[in-house]
Design a binder for this molecule. Structure first.
Ligand code: AMP
Length: 444
């Protein structure tokens, strides 16, 4: 067993880690911290939840503590670029905890909030800047941010950055950095576009990886349920009731879909809140706070808004709509089963989503176990040989994918995937609906 004491981290950081209650480094920390302390570039394949924030924050803080010239106004020596506000805020929190015994000043900037406090802080001088690309470019364009002395550049969640269309912004930011610097790129998946991007700025990087590329976290119990689109809400209500879900994240494809679902759940007396790009930062913070303190049982999110949400104890992830990008499936289900716990990921597949399911199964290299044992089961949604997805309503269509069928034809593991104490009461249905899963024993 390796403890943090075996890593060459300075005493103030060791003490901060003890204060956090951390004893052992996580695998990504074990692999990434030593080369980063030696000044090497690192290419990391790791999801949120693996401890990757500390993996880069600790070496950055140590580098700054050891190379600080002391006097004078601080200038930006480390830049952490992240795709979302939530992730940026969480990295800021981590820097605060890990750097509690040091003197580095950090600042988190993102859009959607008043810029004046951010500008004021920038003027006072900052050592570490954590930023989303839009606000960073905006403030840099008006000379409030000087990136010309950055020694450490961290690109976090690079795959999501690309998914969200930030690649040009990232390139523009990189042009503002000095060529002589240390770089780190973290990404949950390593599609060719990321490898290509990495090659443009990492110098002989040390490659570290905690989950092999594109595999789904093993502790997560995955299931797919086939359902008519119109029944998805009822099916969700029913599972939430059956499994007594107290902390679950539900993914919808659209913001409207998220809002509608929250209304439906609220009517069914399930405490739910939506989190997506149209919500103000205050509304997002409120939803997240309610979710953290247990007042809100279900957070209904779009992919972009959910990125980087780091909340322990999420027992269930629901793919209310299957993602059209298979990589998003891996990101989404990774919201559960954090910090060594297990988790459940349930996907609803309607007849328009059959091809999405096939793409997901191709990516993760296995069929998602099927749960056919419920009263909302809808056979036309199953991926049978030769069966194509029913076309989507216009605005939801995606460009055709090449490569044909990838999944299996319905012969995956039988419907044994969701078990647990709550599943014993199958068939019970209180809200007047006759629907529900059939009374078959959960131990089959
Ligand atoms: P991250 O992947 O950076 O989002 O971290 C996921 C969670 O793991 C956060 O809640 C961290 O506080 C926690 N964490 C990070 N490193 C350790 C560690 N070595 N031991 C225990 N918890 C950790």
């Amino acid at each position: 067993m390796t403890s943090f004491k075996d890593l060459p981290l300075i005493q103030p950081l060791q003490e901060a880690l003890v204060a956090q209650g951390y004893t052992e480094p996580t695998p990504i920390q074990l692999q990434a911290i030593p080369p980063l302390l030696e000044g090497k570039d690192v290419l990391g394949c790791a999801q949120t939840g693996t401890g990757k924030t500390a993996a880069f924050s600790l070496p950055v803080l140590q580098h700054l503590a050891q190379n600080s010239k002391g006097k004078g106004r601080a200038h930006i020596k480390a830049l952490v670029l992240t795709p979302t506000r939530e992730l940026a805020a969480q990295i800021g929190e981590s820097l605060k905890s890990y750097g509690a015994n040091l003197h580095s000043r950090h600042l988190v900037i993102f859009g959607g909030v008043n810029e004046n406090p951010q500008i004021k802080e920038l003027r006072r001088g900052i050592d570490i800047l954590v930023a989303t690309p839009g606000r960073l470019l905006d403030l840099a364009g008006r000379d409030f941010v000087d990136l010309s002395k950055v020694e450490f550049f961290i690109l976090d969640e690079a795959d999501r950055m690309l998914d969200m269309g930030f690649v040009h912004d990232v390139r523009r930011v990189m042009k503002m950095l000095p060529t002589e610097r240390q770089n780190l790129l973290f990404s949950a998946t390593m599609p060719p576009a990321i490898t290509k991007l990495a090659a443009t700025f990492l110098r002989s990087p040390v490659r570290v990886e905690v989950t092999p590329q594109s595999t789904t976290v093993e502790r997560i119990e995955q299931t797919v349920m086939f359902v008519d689109r119109a029944d998805k809400g009822k099916l969700l209500e029913w599972i939430v009731e059956e499994d007594k879900v107290e902390r679950g994240i539900v993914f919808t494809r659209t913001k409207h879909g998220a809002n509608r679902l929250v209304q439906q759940l609220t009517k069914a007396n399930i405490n739910a809140a939506a989190i997506h790009g149209n919500k103000s930062q205050a509304a997002r913070n409120r939803a997240l706070a309610g979710f953290k303190n247990g007042e809100i049982a279900l957070l209904v999110a779009t992919d972009i808004a959910s990125r980087g949400i780091d909340i322990d104890g999420v027992s269930h992830v629901f793919n209310y709509d299957l993602p059209n990008e298979p990589e998003s499936y891996v990101h989404r289900i990774g919201r559960t089963a954090r910090a060594g716990k297990s988790g459940v990921a349930i996907s609803f597949c309607d007849p328009t989503e059959i091809d999405y399911l096939r793409d997901i199964q191709k990516l993760i290299g296995m069929p998602v176990p099927q749960d056919l044992d419920h009263d909302y089961h809808h056979e036309p949604a199953m991926p049978k040989p030769g069966r194509r997805a029913t076309p989507k309503p216009k605005q939801q269509q995606r460009p055709p994918r090449t490569g044909g069928r990838g999944g299996h034809g319905g012969g995956g593991r039988p419907s044994q995937a969701r078990r647990g104490p709550a599943a014993a009461s199958k068939g019970r249905r209180s809200s007047g609906s006759s629907k529900g899963r059939s009374g078959r024993s959960s131990s089959s």
